[in-house]
Design a protein around this ligand. Structure first.
Ligand SMILES: *Cc1c(COP(=O)(O)O)cnc(C)c1O
Length: 362
């Protein structure tokens, strides 16, 4: 429909075009100085942790698990309410994803459910900072410490989110950010793995590059998961825009909060001490709140020219790729009720007004 407000709107300006052109003119486009500079600069948003660039968030999670020594016989506790990549990577390294429920307020992994799922085989916990809201890293950190488990943060949706002043990415042994176009910043495709462990950082660099640090001296069996300098050049420009964009997302969310309050549609809750960066602005639409429930509500938004998205309509454990039957009631309820409204920084005040009016039915 002409004039539809899109649910996501990646932005590329003159600076991104110039950066790509600079790399093209250099004649060297594969991993090189732009990637190295991007890694140095990215460290600034993760409390100075070492950052290793790869070709996607999924690659980053995959390499992080291998670098942490997780493989066959190990269990990794994951939320079922996430993007499939969260669990796919666990299966791809030969480990077993153990799916647990989320808490109902922020849709992040439920620490009590994590603790109940721990077995002698548990190697790690993989919390997802879903929609840009930090998972409860305080309780998860205590649980991990008590049981001697590693934490790998899936921070793919949460660039610059924080909890009690600590940025996400600085809690786990490793953390991974996605740089896919619809994320809060992009390099085209790409990912960044961050860690405070120099040995893991070295393994990550080896694994992304055929197992080599020095050419033709392959130390381990590795992949080609390198980021290109073209992508890094775009990512560097977008990193410079991130703080302003995050502020705009938070301001847009505040506008939506105020406009939607009292309508019966449940606006996103923010935990005490949390900085939500609103990768998605996700509301809950129960059957009681809107006749016909979430899907009928989404249809009304479409009629009024407001794009929306459902992340995620099917919990990972029930996808054909895993095909499990589990009792995860909050995950099922979320999959039925959530809807994400436009919140991206390209929205005008008029767009925001249109979104609110469509939501409250004015
Ligand atoms: C986007 C995303 C990924 C994967 O990132 P890609 O860059 O698309 O490979 C993993 N986990 C979550 C939660 C994501 O949102």
């Amino acid at each position: 429909m002409a004039g539809t407000i899109p649910a996501a709107a990646p932005f590329f300006g003159a600076e991104e075009r110039e950066a790509v052109d600079r790399v093209l003119r250099s004649g060297m486009v594969a991993q090189g100085p732009e990637v190295a500079a991007f890694e140095q600069e990215f460290a600034q948003i993760v409390a100075g942790r070492t950052s290793v660039a790869v070709n996607s968030g999924t690659s980053g999670l995959h390499l992080a698990l291998i670098a942490m020594g997780i493989g066959p016989g190990d269990e990794v506790i994951v939320p079922s309410f996430s993007f499939a990549a969260t669990a796919n990577v666990v299966a791809l390294v030969g480990a077993t994803p153990v799916f647990v429920d989320v808490e109902p307020d922020h849709f992040c992994i439920d620490p009590a459910a994590v603790e109940a799922a721990i077995t002698p085989r548990t190697a790690a916990i993989m919390p997802v900072h879903l929609y840009g809201h930090p998972a409860d890293m305080v309780r998860l950190g205590e649980i991990a410490e008590r049981h001697g488990l590693a934490i790998i943060e899936d921070a793919c949706q949460a660039h610059a989110a924080a909890l009690h002043g600590t940025p996400v990415g600085a809690f786990g042994k490793t953390a991974v950010f996605s740089l896919y176009p619809t994320k809060n910043m992009t390099s085209g495709e790409g990912g960044m793995v961050v860690t405070d462990d120099p040995e893991i950082a070295r393994k990550l660099r080896l694994l992304r590059n055929q197992g080599m640090e020095k050419r033709y001296e392959n130390e381990v069996v590795g992949f080609n998961m390198r980021m290109t300098d073209l992508h890094a050049a775009i990512g560097r420009v977008q990193l410079g825009r991130l703080a302003g964009w995050t502020e705009q997302r938070r301001a847009n969310a505040a506008y939506l909060d105020a406009g939607i309050a009292g309508s019966g549609i449940v606006t996103p809750a923010v935990a005490a001490g949390a900085t939500h960066v609103y990768h998605q602005y996700t509301v809950r639409v129960s059957d009681e709140a809107f006749p016909g429930g979430r899907d009928a509500f989404a249809a009304r938004l479409t009629e009024r020219g407001v794009g929306s998205g459902v992340y995620y309509p099917v919990p990972i454990h029930r996808l054909p790729s895993f095909g499990l039957t589990l009792d995860l009631p909050e995950t099922e309820r979320a999959a039925r009720e959530v809807l994400s409204l436009p919140v991206h920084p390209s929205l005008s005040e008029g767009d925001l007004k249109t979104v609110v009016e469509a939501v409250v039915g004015q």
